[in-house]
Design a protein around this ligand. Structure first.
Ligand SMILES: NC(=O)c1ccc[n+]([C@@H]2O[C@H](COP(=O)([O-])OP(=O)(O)OC[C@H]3O[C@@H](n4cnc5c(N)ncnc54)[C@H](O)[C@@H]3O)[C@@H](O)[C@H]2O)c1
Ligand SMILES: CC(C)=CCC/C(C)=C/C=C/C(C)=C/C=C/C(C)=C/C=C/C=C(C)/C=C/C=C(C)/C=C/C=C(\C)CCC=C(C)C
Length: 598
């Protein structure tokens, strides 16, 4: 068994790169993670590269080497595992590590070369880029909702983090500028100063969010599909559970309208929700909105030193340290059934692995559309697809820029929608921007910053193009977005860019193995809150889903919760936790009925 331990800080500061100046949590013991290994995501590059040496390959840990360690830890192939997890996104890794921590033998199969999926990273020319967004919830030491801290701790890991003083700086129509400060009172005061006539409305809406958040934060979080846990929580915290049950079918937009009348302020609430769910407040479940709008102040947002990609790497090493196994370049093409029960998987190279349970971290569309060969889509999945569609993907631009282009005290995260609220949800309408080097300068060569710019975009927009047309379109759209940022935030931005890579929905589809590059489900119409969202069990015996197409939806902390729920249900089913078959049957039927009326 591998038990390599060293300080996370050692790996966080590659050669010749400055240390973060911002004070963060004290250096703590990392998980048996070896020195950073680097692989390109193959996202297309244009423009000049900076003159630095290409990706330093010293200390690179090859997938082969990683695999070798993992195989040794698990004692070789040919075994029947307690669980096979398809995919090593945060959802899959949390499910896997939670099970491994309970003593289960788990095999994680990842198609790509490194763990993390959309929480992965790649390195180019001295820059470390986060593949997905860099706003990290769940890293605090407080309460019950610090799910990333808890997931890491379950396998003996802890990461060094840097607190983010501003979750996001909104730049909105009519020059409305609002900073979401770390302290709730500062944020509320700023919002009220912009809408003094809506003081009561602002306080009323956010107080209702806090009521839900406090109820959530008081519970021990496990599987809502596991009756012994669920009834235990009802017994211990009846008021809090009833509060959550009451809000389960509700959306943030309706509740905001109880308190707020000003259309611009309601549009601001839409923008707050759009960040969480890529839809407006009317379509955003109130529980999810409350979780995000309050946890950012209660626990706070932290950035992991060395980049978001260190989280999955730490979890993957923790998994191996617990005696389980992870294989890379392992593309699952089939979930095998025997008498209607999932018993294992087959890879594209013909290898087969067997297990008591199979957990899919691929999206539900991929799981039931590609990996499972059944004549008819199960009713539950039909119901899911009736209520939800695939959310759009993103056009993302990773830029390396000269540091002087950013004004002093620039915030780390920005959301830009210049003139027209109507464009909030349109493709390329709103711009997300993260500058993680504001918090952790070690991610870029000295004197440079990383800008990660992304905006919603649909795969349909990128279909049927010749390679030349594809390149031209990327260049045209990225130029437009850079011009918008130059006009709104950073004059001179264009000429300060030294490095640029642009990814499209096609890039996301290819490298994340997500159908149409989607970032999860989005309700077709106004949903009944979270009621229609499937949990982890499926109608196939022994097959579970985890990740953003399961309750509670998109977001790293959301998929971490889905992983915790999934592991709890699987552990009960394979005998690592108590279970009551009679209560199980009754609860699962009840939950299925709830979903059917959603
Ligand atoms: N700050 C943020 O909020 C932030 C940042 C990054 C990501 N995210 C969120 O993370 C969520 C996604 O997390 P997730 O855990 O659901 O999934 P994921 O897409 O991140 O990971 C899925 C993994 O499964 C692998 N995979 C898929 N099909 C496979 C197959 N057939 N065989 C082997 N491997 C396969 C993929 O390669 C990928 O690594 C997104 O909704 C996004 O919102 C959020
Ligand atoms: C069962 C029955 C019937 C009843 C019962 C009752 C109860 C008890 C209930 C309970 C419930 C619960 C527990 C729930 C839970 C929930 C949760 C946890 C949730 C969570 C969520 C989360 C989320 C959604 C998150 C998200 C996030 C995100 C998405 C983020 C993102 C971010 C970004 C994108 C950033 C931006 C950027 C810039 C601006 C640059």
């Amino acid at each position: 068994m591998l038990s390599v331990e060293f300080l996370a800080t050692v790996a966080a500061f590659p050669r010749g790169i400055a240390r973060p100046k911002t004070p963060g949590s004290p250096p703590l013991r990392g998980c048996g993670e070896r020195n950073g290994w680097e692989r390109s995501r193959g996202i297309e590059t244009r423009k000049k590269r900076i003159g630095a040496t290409p990706t330093a390959m010293a200390g690179v840990l090859s997938a082969k080497e990683e695999e070798g360690g993992a195989v040794a830890a698990a004692g070789g192939g040919g075994d029947i595992y307690d669980a096979i997890v398809i995919g090593s996104g945060i959802g899959g890794l949390v499910a896997a590590t939670q099970l491994a921590a309970k003593g289960a033998r788990v095999l994680v199969l990842e198609k790509y070369l490194i763990p993390g999926g959309s929480s992965g990273y790649y390195k180019r020319d001295g820059y470390t880029f986060d593949v997905g967004s860099s706003v990290m919830f769940g890293f605090s030491d407080k309460g019950n909702l610090n799910l990333i801290t808890q997931a890491l701790a379950a396998v003996g890991c802890r990461m060094q983090t840097i607190p983010d003083p501003t979750t996001v700086h909104f730049h909105l129509p009519s020059d409305l500028s609002i900073r979401v400060h770390r302290e709730y009172d500062d944020f509320a005061a700023e919002l009220i100063s912009r809408f003094p006539h809506e003081e009561e409305g602002v306080l009323g809406f956010y107080s209702e969010c806090w009521k839900i958040f406090n109820a959530l934060n008081s519970l021990e979080l496990k599987s809502l599909e596991e009756p012994i846990y669920l009834f235990g929580q009802f017994f211990r915290k009846p008021l809090e559970c009833l509060t959550l049950a009451y809000y389960l079918p509700q959306n943030a937009g309706n509740i905001a309208r109880k308190y707020i009348k000003d259309p611009q302020l309601l549009s601001f609430i839409d923008a707050e929700c759009f960040i969480v769910s890529t839809v407006n407040a009317m379509k955003t479940p109130m529980i999810n909105a409350s979780m995000v709008l309050c946890e950012r102040h209660f626990g706070g947002i932290y950035y992991p030193v060395g980049g978001v990609g260190r989280i999955p790497r730490a979890l993957a090493r923790g998994l191996v340290d617990k005696g389980s196994r992870i294989l890379y370049k392992a593309n699952v093409t089939k979930i095998m059934l025997e008498n209607g029960k999932a018993v294992g998987v087959r890879l594209s190279d013909g290898r087969e692995f067997f297990s008591k349970t199979v957990i899919s971290n691929a999206t539900r569309w991929d799981t039931f559309g590609k990996l499972l060969k059944v004549d008819e889509l199960p009713k539950e999945e039909e119901n899911f697809q009736r209520i939800y569609v695939k959310s759009p993907s993103f056009l993302s631009m990773h830029l390396g820029v000269k540091a002087e282009v950013l004004p002093p005290d620039t915030d780390c995260h920005h959301f830009v929608l210049e003139d027209d609220w109507e464009r909030l949800e349109e493709p390329y309408g709103s711009i997300f921007l993260s500058i993680p080097t504001v918090l952790d300068p070690s991610l870029a060569p000295e004197g440079h910053h990383i800008l990660h710019v992304f905006t919603t975009s649909s795969i349909d927009d990128w279909k049927g193009l010749s390679p030349k047309e594809y390149e031209e379109k990327k260049r045209r759209i990225s130029d437009q977005i850079i011009t918008r940022l130059e006009n709104k935030l950073f004059p001179g931005l264009k000429s300060s860019i030294l490095f640029e890579e642009v990814g499209t929905p096609r890039t996301h589809r290819r490298f994340l193995a997500r159908q149409d590059g989607t970032y999860g489900p989005m309700p077709r119409q106004i949903p009944k809150g979270l009621l229609g969202m499937p949990f982890n069990t499926t109608s196939i015996d022994g097959l579970y889903c985890v990740g953003d197409s399961c309750f509670p939806g998109q977001g790293v902390i959301a998929v971490a919760f889905s992983g915790i729920m999934c592991a709890n249900r699987v552990a009960a089913d394979i005998g690592f936790e108590r279970k009551s078959p009679v209560m199980d049957a009754a609860l699962l039927r009840l939950l299925s009925w709830f979903r059917s009326i959603a």
